[in-house]
Ligand binder design. Structure first.
Ligand SMILES: CC(C)(COP(=O)(O)OP(=O)(O)OC[C@H]1O[C@@H](n2cnc3c(N)ncnc32)[C@H](O)[C@@H]1OP(=O)(O)O)[C@@H](O)C(=O)NCCC(=O)NCCS
Length: 273
């Protein structure tokens, strides 16, 4: 650990969005500059630079409501891995969470989970990320969903309010709010693929119909992060050409803050929960 003791942790600002994007792009993540700006302006992003001033590691703490916060954008550039930088940044996020009195949540990649488990994060639900190549056979969909309804369904699913996040995501250029029967989803742009989520539906059939309608209207690749207990939807999508790309493990640090929440069909994304 001695090799990193001299590296200071700093709080990044909006001007660091491009450097953050370089790190997430190196990891082949899908976040774009708008995502980084959201974390940098609405949350606290901790960063570490090397001796030449290059950003080599980050971790973000995004406050939500009712004593909850999301940790994400935990990234360490390849040549600095396995020296304790992620652990050091997570300790800083957890100190900040403790000062704010919030329970910290995150959606971990398999590599991330090996860092968070020993720090005391407990696993909760699992996610499966699916990808579809995109092959528009139908015209572009018109946004027809009701944002207030989505905010209410999201609050019910998460157990706390995320209206600021959903309003910002839905206002971005290219975002769409699409409904189909009991199902409703937000679609937004990303660095290399468009992303579906959150998605709410009363049953697997409605969820499948909505995702397939969206898929038929998209010309490029699309992603969705499905809560893995929805096995019928997962089966329907893999049978219609979607591939499972990677798992995520939702984890919690701190006391349970949520009662009677019903997880959505698909989440807003591992960076937002
Ligand atoms: C995951 C990641 C952030 C870890 O950063 P890091 O600075 O290398 O992590 P640390 O050095 O603090 O690792 C602490 C411990 O976690 C475990 N660990 C970390 N990365 C691991 C890996 N790839 N495989 C197995 N164990 C790993 C080890 O036990 C390690 O201790 P050790 O090196 O003494 O054995 C980094 O590999 C990364 O940026 N990966 C790509 C993006 C990503 O998946 N981010 C996590 C998002 S949830």
């Amino acid at each position: 650990m001695g090799a990193i003791d001299h590296l200071a942790i700093e709080t990044l600002g909006a001007d660091d969005a491009c450097d953050g994007l370089a790190l997430s792009g190196e990891a082949r993540w899908n976040q774009n500059e708008a995502d980084w700006r959201f974390f940098l302006t609405r949350g606290t992003v901790f960063g570490i630079r090397d001796g030449d001033g290059h950003l080599i590691a980050t971790a973000a703490l995004l406050p939500y409501s009712s004593g909850n916060a999301w940790i994400s954008m935990v990234l360490v550039t390849q040549s600095w891995r396995r020296r304790g930088l992620a652990t050091k940044l997570l300790d800083t996020c957890l100190d900040a969470a403790a000062k704010q009195g919030v329970t910290a949540w995150l959606d971990a990649t398999p590599a991330g989970a090996t860092v968070y488990g020993p720090l005391g994060f407990a696993p909760t639900l699992e996610l499966r990320r699916l990808r579809f190549a995109g092959s528009a056979t139908a015209p572009e969909l018109a946004s027809d969903g009701n944002l207030d309804e989505m905010i209410a369904r999201d609050r019910h699913a998460m157990g706390f309010d995320r209206s600021a996040l959903l309003r910002e995501l839905s206002r971005r250029s290219g975002s769409q709010l699409i409904s189909h029967g009991s199902a409703m989803a937000l679609i937004r742009g990303g660095r290399t693929a468009r992303h579906i989520g959150p998605l709410f539906a009363d049953d697997a059939g409605s969820a499948t119909a909505l995702v397939e309608t969206i898929a038929q209207s998209e010309t490029g690749p699309i992603l969705i992060d499905v809560v893995s207990e929805h096995d019928e939807l997962l089966m329907n999508l893999t049978n219609s050409g979607w591939s499972i790309e990677r798992p995520f493990q939702r984890m919690r640090f701190g006391r349970a803050t949520i009662q009677n929440a019903e997880p959505p069909i698909a989440v807003a994304g591992p960076e937002y929960g």
